[in-house]
Write a protein that binds this ligand. Structure first.
Ligand SMILES: Cc1cc2nc3c(=O)[nH]c(=O)nc-3n(C[C@H](O)[C@H](O)[C@H](O)COP(=O)(O)OP(=O)(O)OC[C@H]3O[C@@H](n4cnc5c(N)ncnc54)[C@H](O)[C@@H]3O)c2cc1C
Length: 412
């Protein structure tokens, strides 16, 4: 029997952020993961600016160590390819110089990035990491939870739980009562390739919105050693309605698309195509309850437009640590005492999530997308505006307003 005040289930980005932030404040925790690290996680491996921001808030030394980490590539922007095959390069910052400034984005295989976080956990004496144990039973007790694996050989008695065990969390389904809603959920597949040609010299990530893939898109993200993460995702309601086999769609697109088949001519797959779910944050939910807080994918918080969830996992892991610390101080772990956590999450991420939801819907209007891209390739101001949208929510808001399109039209 292990006893603790805070037990964190899952040592991915959300759980690691929670444990590291608590440790930073001198609070001890136990973090349990069913896997042994290094472990893989099906993902696009794209790390946005939020990752460095979140790590920097926990401890600038961690962010600095990630900047120095060699298992990643620095990425300076995004190439969008519209359904009409118009291609537009959008840097993360309107002006940038890869030689003189730190990058905003990275691409890093999750097997390496999550190991980086676990190595940070191992540096901290306040954190006890237990690997290879799946927590499958959650028994509420008078003053906490009794957590155990199915076989019951390990038991953890804790005053509160930070739930960080990802998209398929049984705690989220059985205790918090969330259900998978196909309109607020996406399915994704990815494979690793070697020798894909035509990559951007500054490692821009590529998003291809081909007609045959809508409302989904295909991505190609550059990795170290000439490798690339290549994948596809689509909202689950559309997968069901269109009866799409995403693994097959990825392979036929690469083999048959006139542009991509040239770029993949010399390429070879170095992994199987694997799939996983993306619970989207396009709906507000209650993220707390008696003695628990939900974080990251276990809180269904993936950006509905970009499919990005690592940044939100780190953000909410850190916020959960803040509210766990307050509960420890007051000795009150009730749902009422933890309610400010849900408010906090949506105060920080809510505007962005709902704008992304609106953008996700806009992509369905193929003509509008083509039009925007056509304008963007001709209009420097518009390109710069889209650039800014990566780090300024207010700018992103403009893209969902009809007045904005009218102005672009009048300024052609
Ligand atoms: C195809 C695809 C592409 C994506 N691309 C991107 C991208 O490019 N950029 C981006 O930012 N996001 C992307 N995402 C989303 C991103 O992968 C997630 O948002 C992110 O992993 C969430 O982190 P997390 O810590 O909440 O969960 P996870 O990373 O899933 O970590 C959960 C941890 O909990 C452990 N666990 C699970 N069950 C138990 C249990 N019962 N007991 C103990 N431990 C348990 C697991 O082993 C795991 O280590 C993508 C997702 C998919 C599916």
């Amino acid at each position: 029997m292990t006893e603790t005040t805070v037990c964190i289930i899952g040592a991915g980005p959300a759980g690691a952020a929670a444990a590291l932030q608590l440790a930073q404040w001198g609070i001890h925790s136990v973090i349990v993961d069913k896997a042994f690290f290094p472990r893989d996680k099906v993902c696009g491996d794209g790390l946005s600016g939020k990752v460095i921001t979140a790590l920097n808030r926990i401890d600038p030394a961690i962010a600095e160590r990630l900047q120095q980490y060699t298992e990643k590539v620095n990425s300076w922007g995004v190439t969008f390819v519209s359904p009409g095959r118009i291609s537009m390069d959008v840097p993360y910052k309107p002006q940038y110089d890869p030689r003189s400034e730190p990058p905003i984005g990275f691409v890093c295989k999750r097997i390496h990035f999550d190991q980086f976080l676990v190595d940070e956990i191992k540096r901290r004496p306040e954190i006890r990491l237990i690997q290879g144990v799946s927590i499958d039973q959650y028994l509420p007790e008078k003053d906490g939870y009794l957590l155990s694996e199915a076989g019951g050989s390990l038991q953890i008695r804790t005053k509160m739980v930070i739930v960080a065990n990802g998209a398929h969390s049984s705690f989220t389904r059985h205790i918090a009562g969330f259900t998978m809603e196909p309109d607020h959920h996406a399915a994704g597949v990815r494979a690793y390739y070697k020798n894909v040609t035509g990559m951007h010299t500054d490692n821009f990530i590529e998003l291809h919105f081909q007609k045959s893939l809508l409302p989904g898109y295909l991505w190609i993200f550059p990795l170290p050693n000439g490798e690339a993460n290549v994948g596809l995702d689509m909202i689950s309601s559309a997968v069901k309605k269109k009866k799409v086999n995403l693994k097959q769609l990825l392979q036929t697109t690469i083999q048959q698309d006139p542009v991509l088949k040239e770029r993949f001519r010399e390429a070879s797959a170095i992994s199987p195509v694997e799939g996983y779910g993306l619970p989207l944050g396009s709906k507000r939910r209650q993220l707390h309850g008696d003695r628990y807080l939900l974080t990251g994918d276990a809180a269904y918080l993936i950006d509905p437009f970009t499919g990005e969830g690592i940044g939100n996992a780190l953000y909410t892991g850190r916020m959960a640590a803040e509210h766990a610390a307050a509960a420890i101080r007051s000795g009150d772990f009730s749902a009422a005492a933890l309610a400010p956590y849900t408010e906090h999450v949506y105060r920080v991420l809510g505007a962005e999530l709902s704008l992304s939801h609106r953008l996700q819907k806009l992509v369905r209007y193929r003509w509008l997308f083509n039009f925007m891209m056509k304008m963007g390739t001709r209009n420097k101001q518009l390109r710069e505006l889209i650039s800014c949208m990566f780090y300024e929510v207010d700018v992103r808001k403009k893209l969902t307003s009809p007045v904005f399109y009218l102005k672009v039209l009048l300024n052609r």
